[in-house]
Design a protein around this ligand. Structure first.
Ligand code: GAL
Length: 685
């Protein structure tokens, strides 16, 4: 288990470095991410290079037994780059430049940026590939974090090249984008621009490609640096730090190029759903490279500086949130940053070593965690522990949140709501695209799969045919990979499995307030209440929102019908036996109670089982191999039933009493707590 933080010794006089290493050892630090923002120190002018200080830092760390995750330092170009090469600067939608003075002020597709960054990486790589302290390479930093869309001329040129490579013939693009609409037909790739400021909505198919392109430009920057590192002979693993469910970058496409997945996660202490949301993020990054541990590359020890209000973490939360990552597959726990900065935008951000020193609660918690992790026995790799999958897909996210739909929908709250119901029950879940669904799962939830590729539909169909249970939510199977309707209506691929025929989306409006027209097709939202509908589920009155779709059963059994609204009497929930499995459809977005009730029914129908029975609220359970992590996130003591051995103390028990924020790692017998194979549910006797 690695333990450490970002380390920015360039912000401090050299006298501090020895003390840093001494205190790192005291805190149990094993590794630091070094020099992430050090470009201006390494190359103070175009033809001036200074590696001597970095040599000394690396040697000092190595002598102290601290390993290094060496950064390529390309995330914040020095002022001379911006002043000499304005073509490295990104532009906004209107063409206005972003300027230096902060960080990430580079156009990812700028050839000049890439040339300069590439040269820095080459020199760093050639100098340090063989340094014994370097165990990992940290490429860039949080690609796209602040700026993920660049509309500059460099982006324009790269976009044209990217489209040319994708479509070869411009008429193939015309077809994919449906450009006969509104006279958008292109005569050549050179007529295409990024979606800069326009009078009204951009072509949605073009926006989907633009999203793919912007994600790919960031990925190209990463890949360029990776290639340089490999060419220089780097044998250490290479990574960059992800940001969980980060919309601009399709991490699914990045993951194969990462030797180890690294993720930054900053749960908001004021968020009542903090534990659920962070668990979702950790399961998502774990699912990016199934079967391999990942690294929590950054978290805060206490408060951050970048929210409007920045409360600190309650005592014990630091360890509990770290354990959440470990339980969900992390083999490294790291922070931003080692020593709190004295200057700059992040001087109020917490660190392992606070500005107020070591006689602090943060330091004591940091050191206690370091000591505990150092003694923790090795954990098994996270394997195929989950029998439930939640379908999550970046392209779908992008297309779903485009404008001009029956109703505006936010994707993340929907998938996280369904994840939350499983999390509450303590049921392990993988978060994967539809194409990755196979018969290793018992239950698959696809709550909002607007863009459904043929391969994904085929995988879901095979899954149900083979005995799996599928839930599809509203606004699913609507468009193809170009954001175009498929011929023949909606639910054209999943309809037969679901046993329903789709008639109408029946979007729900706003019951009061509404919108005021200011010009043709322009609106000012005056913020009325969203319209809802009701239906009954096992005695629970559920409220539905967004849609109350009109679907007709074609073989499906109607579980519940809409009780009110324009779709009253139409099925709200259906279930359909198909092959050896079963497919459910819910024609609206249920409220939290509805999601919980439906999840319980699906869990029952599919044979998926919780890791421990009757999990108390606020208590978390996660599994990696034969180790189950129990975390009490509440302020009260709790008792849990689980047969196993405390990994740290060696004590055997069947029940576990956990104090507030307490964490226990329990090794369970190989057969438990997975339920007996749920074959009886697979045949639907
Ligand atoms: C991350 C970033 C770090 C630091 C941190 C503060 O987004 O990678 O460099 O800024 O946030 O929370």
């Amino acid at each position: 288990m690695q333990y450490g933080a970002d380390y920015n010794p360039d912000q401090w006089p050299e006298e501090v470095w020895d003390e840093d290493v001494r205190l790192m050892r005291e805190a149990g630090v094993t590794v630091v991410s070094l020099g992430i923002f050090a470009w201006s120190r390494l190359q103070p002018a175009e033809d001036v290079w200074d590696f001597a200080w970095l040599d000394r830092v690396l040697d000092t760390l190595h002598a102290g037994g601290i390993a290094v995750n060496l950064a390529t330092a390309t995330a914040s170009p020095p002022p001379w780059v911006s002043a000499t090469y304005p073509d490295t600067l990104p532009a906004d939608e209107s063409g206005a430049s972003y300027w230096p003075g902060s960080r990430q002020h580079f156009a990812p597709s700028s050839p000049t940026y890439r040339r300069l960054a590439g040269e820095l990486v080459r020199r760093l790589a050639e100098r340090y590939v063989g340094h014994p302290a370097v165990v990992l390479w940290h490429v860039g930093n949080e690609y796209g974090c602040h700026l993920w869309m660049d509309f500059s001329d460099a982006a324009r040129d790269a976009y044209r090249g990217w489209l040319r490579a994708r479509y070869v013939e411009v008429d193939a693009l015309n077809e994919a984008w449906g450009t006969t609409f509104w006279s958008q037909r292109y005569g050549s790739f050179d007529e295409i621009f990024p979606p800069r400021l326009a009078p009204y909505s951009h072509n949605p198919s073009s926006m989907l490609d633009w999203r793919r392109f912007t994600s790919d430009m960031l990925l190209e920057c990463y890949l360029m640096e990776r290639e340089i590192l490999l060419a220089a002979g780097a044998t250490q693993p290479i990574t960059t730090n992800f940001m969980g469910p980060f919309k601009p970058a399709d991490y699914r496409r990045w993951a194969p190029h990462m030797d180890v997945i690294a993720d930054d996660c900053y749960p908001d202490p004021a968020n009542p759903h903090r534990v659920r949301d962070a668990a979702f993020q950790r399961d998502l990054v774990r699912s990016l490279k199934p079967g391999t541990p990942w690294i929590l590359m950054e978290q805060a020890t206490d408060a951050v500086n970048w929210r409007p209000a920045n409360p600190g973490k309650a005592p014990g939360v630091l360890a509990a949130e770290s354990a959440q990552s470990i339980g969900r597959g992390a083999d490294g726990i790291m922070f931003f940053q080692w020593r709190q900065s004295r200057a700059g935008s992040e001087k109020f951000h917490s660190a392992m070593l606070p500005h107020t020193g070591t006689d602090t609660r943060v330091w004591r918690e940091v050191s206690a965690l370091g000591e505990r992790l150092a003694a923790l026995p090795a954990l098994p790799a996270p394997g195929r522990d989950a029998r439930v999958a939640l379908v999550f897909d970046w392209e779908n996210w992008w297309a779903l949140e485009e404008r001009d739909h029956p109703v505006d929908i936010e994707y993340l709250p929907i998938v996280v709501a369904w994840y939350g119901a499983l999390h509450r029950l303590g049921i392990p879940v993988d978060i994967v695209p539809a194409e990755q669904i196979d018969d290793g799962y018992d239950l698959v939830l696809a709550p909002a799969l607007y863009l459904l590729r043929a391969e994904g539909a085929a995988a879901l169909t095979t899954f149900v045919g083979g005995g799996g249970t599928l839930l599809a939510g509203p606004f699913t199977d609507v468009v193809d990979e170009h954001d175009q309707f498929r011929p023949g209506g909606f639910l054209t691929q999943l309809g037969p499995v679901l046993g329903v025929r789709f008639e109408d989306f029946a979007a729900l409006g706003r019951s009061s307030g509404g919108a005021m027209g200011v010009g043709a097709l322009s609106v000012v939202d005056t913020g009325g209440e969203a319209e809802t509908v009701r239906f009954d589920l096992d005695g629970v009155t559920v409220t539905g929102s967004l849609h109350a779709e009109v679907v007709h059963p074609v073989g499906a059994q109607v579980v519940s019908t809409f009780a009110d609204g324009r779709s009253a009497g139409a099925p709200a929930v259906t279930r359909h036996r198909s092959g050896a499995g079963e497919a459910w459809y819910v024609a609206t977005m249920p409220d939290a109670d509805g999601v919980a009730a439906l999840t319980a029914m699906l869990v029952e129908a599919s044979g998926a089982r919780p890791l421990v029975p009757d999990l108390p609220a606020g208590v978390e359970v996660a599994r990696r191999g034969d180790v189950v992590t129990l975390i009490n996130h509440t302020d009260a003591g709790v008792q849990l039933t689980l047969t196993g051995t405390d990994l740290e103390s060696g004590v055997d028990a069947d029940t576990w009493a956990l104090t507030p924020q307490q964490v226990v790692f329990v090794r369970v017998p190989a057969s438990a707590p997975h339920p007996p194979a749920p074959t009886q549910n697979r045949t639907h006797p």
